[in-house]
Design a protein around this ligand. Sequence first.
Ligand code: HEC
Length: 167
Amino acid sequence: MVLKQMVLLSKNKFFVITLLLSGTVLLTRCNSNKESETKETSTTDTATCSSKKINPNGDSELALLMRKMIQSSASLKELVKQGKLPDKFPEEFLKIHTAKPTDSDTKKASFDGFATNYLDNLNTFYHSPKEELTKNYNAVINSCVSCHSEHCPGPIKAIKKLSITQY
Ligand code: HEC
């Protein structure tokens, strides 16, 4: 009898702990840039959009590509602010269409349209005259935000920080 109660109690405890844990996971994964070790001003804090804590297969191809994209954007921002022209169009970003996401249902029907829009803007940016660099750069960032508002709202705040304010 006592034993049975203890088992029940420990089961309960386990349940509560699981609840608490999954709550934390949900909070940290769905909300934008929490990563405590990254500073407020950091442009590379990567909030994820999946509600699963750890993807059993490791980071998805798309998530890894996105991380390269946000890093590349951060360096481009510095370049543009210095008035310098970007180097070569990053061919690897064309893989956005085919790269596998963490959850197979992440890519909704509108994904490819957003992806094409992003790549078009990126192409325009890489071929832009000096005086249109800032404008075209911001258009790229806006196309990241457009797709994210429908597919993965988590990182939006971090992405928006990459815009260049013009005054
Ligand atoms: C066509 C839609 C689309 C566009 C355009 C897009 N993203 Fe994403 N992004 C996604 C999706 C979907 C994920 C989730 C990937 C996953 O979980 O597998 C994601 C994930 C991310 C992540 C989180 C990666 C991680 O560590 O899990 C960051 C950061 C990110 N994107 C930044 C950007 C930036 C910066 C741009 C523009 C330069 C951009 N994205 C453009 C759809 C898009």
